[in-house]
Design a protein around this ligand. Structure first.
Ligand SMILES: C[S@@+](CC[C@H](N)C(=O)[O-])C[C@H]1O[C@@H](n2cnc3c(N)ncnc32)[C@H](O)[C@@H]1O
Length: 409
């Protein structure tokens, strides 16, 4: 079906924001870089064009919380679900504004730990040896192993220090700071960073995160005076299909589902970091004191396996399940990529039709859909011997078939 309802000006804005390739910045978006995140400009534009202040936005695969941050910034209510505890922690921290006294506490606490307590020659040797399990350093150079041992000691001591903090929101913030700083020196970087860099990063990241929080707070205040105060947020850790009911979400209320689900057949490391860009580690879960998620098989299985058959069935069930929560004029907006577009895109469209979703095409030319080239990640280009093909993502717009789209947007 071709769109008759979304105005030309809005389509121009959507196209521009979908193609946005600017570096992720602003609000709390850089608190943690989650894989395959939306562009904030894209999330903001979609929320702005498809909902009004006070209305409900839902992201059933919330990831790094980009939609959550943009929704509360625009004074919308937001519900997010993700099976990954890393996603839930990061999304909660990004959407929590701490009072001034807690910000001061965090700054002082961090300086005290970094400048006094953490040392690469840890007295807590035994404890930091527990971390050996998370570092497969086979065939790494002696120099690299020595450096990694120092970092391990630092991470263990910082982790121990924050475990004593009673306030959950403050502890979550400090955990996110540790995750960000450790990721920066360990994940997809060859060689790994140094212990000195780890300390410098803890200090500078903390300052920047607190500054960003203050700016975000000011933006929220301004938007409150324009749109009224509506923001309400709920982030739930669950497999979306296993969730019995979405807590406190009333039926028929969601105005927009904005999401990028796991991509069929494309492996993305949501649940691990990669030492030297290739050795998997689940260290982030040790840092968070939580278990790594059991990600559904389809998120990492190849196209020939049963994984993808399960994927399409699963996605049909997800949208059938979400339907009762949606308003009659709810839009579903997704960004998605396929490993084998020729085959998988057709199957995906069938899966959505089986869920009762009707696609709305926004362009008059080509196949009517908006495709964008995803920028290759810097480390992939740096370490890959092969010439990497660029991925394409498609913007898909749907509504439930027997829903009635009013011309209010
Ligand atoms: C492409 S990412 C979402 C990124 C997000 N749009 C952002 O801006 O950061 C997809 C997410 O789906 C989550 N996921 C995978 N299977 C899931 C399931 N069965 N239920 C809920 N979340 C799931 C993954 O943990 C991952 O965080």
């Amino acid at each position: 079906m071709f769109n008759e309802l979304i105005k030309k000006k809005e389509i121009t804005e959507i196209i521009k924001s979908t193609k946005d390739k600017s570096l992720i910045s602003g609000k709390s978006h850089t608190f943690y870089r989650y894989p395959a995140a939306f562009s904030p400009v894209f999330a903001e534009t979609i929320i702005n064009n498809f909902t009004k202040p006070g209305e409900i936005v839902l992201d059933p695969f919330v990831g790094g919380g980009t939609a959550a941050v943009e929704a509360i910034a625009l004074q919308r209510k937001f519900y997010g679900v993700d099976v990954n505890p890393l996603s839930v922690l990061v999304s909660k921290v990004k959407t929590t504004i701490l009072p001034h006294s807690k910000k001061i506490f965090i700054k002082k606490f961090n300086e005290k730990i970094v400048n006094g307590k953490i040392n690469f020659k840890s007295k807590r040797k035994k404890q930091h040896q527990y971390l050996n399990h998370y570092f497969n350093v086979k065939n790494f150079s002696q120099d690299e192993i020595r450096k990694i041992n120092q970092i391990k000691a630092g991470i263990e001591q910082y982790h121990f220090a924050i475990s004593k903090v009673k306030d959950v929101k403050v502890r979550n913030f400090l955990t996110c700071l540790l995750l960000k700083s450790a990721k920066n020196i360990l994940d997809n970087t060859r060689p790994c960073g140094t212990f000195k860099k780890f300390k410098i990063d803890l200090l500078s990241n903390c300052k920047k995160m607190l500054r960003d929080m203050i700016d975000f707070e000011k933006e929220l205040e301004i938007n409150k005076s324009i749109y009224g105060s509506h923001n309400k947020i709920k982030i739930i850790k669950s497999d979306i299909l296993k969730l019995n009911k979405i807590n406190s979400l009333k039926k028929g209320k969601v105005k927009l589902i904005l999401t990028s689900p796991p991509y069929p057949g494309i492996h993305i490391s949501y649940n691990k970091w990669q030492l030297h860009g290739r050795r998997d580690t689940k260290l982030p879960y040790w840092i968070m004191n939580s278990r790594p998620p059991v990600l559904t098989k389809f998120t990492y299985r190849g196209e020939k396996s049963r994984g993808l058959v399960d994927y399409y069935r699963y996605m049909t069930k997800v949208y059938l399940k979400l339907k009762p929560y949606c308003a009659h004029n709810c839009y579903i907006v997704k960004l998605l990529s396929f490993r084998n577009k020729a085959k998988e895109f057709r199957l995906y469209r069938e899966a959505m039709a089986n869920a009762g979703l009707e696609e709305i095409k926004i362009l008059k030319n080509g196949d009517g859909r908006l495709w964008r080239t995803v920028p290759k990640r810097r480390w992939q280009v740096r370490y890959s011997k092969k010439k990497l093909k660029s991925n394409k993502e498609v913007l898909l717009l749907y509504r439930y078939k027997n829903g009635v789209i009013s011309d209010e947007i």
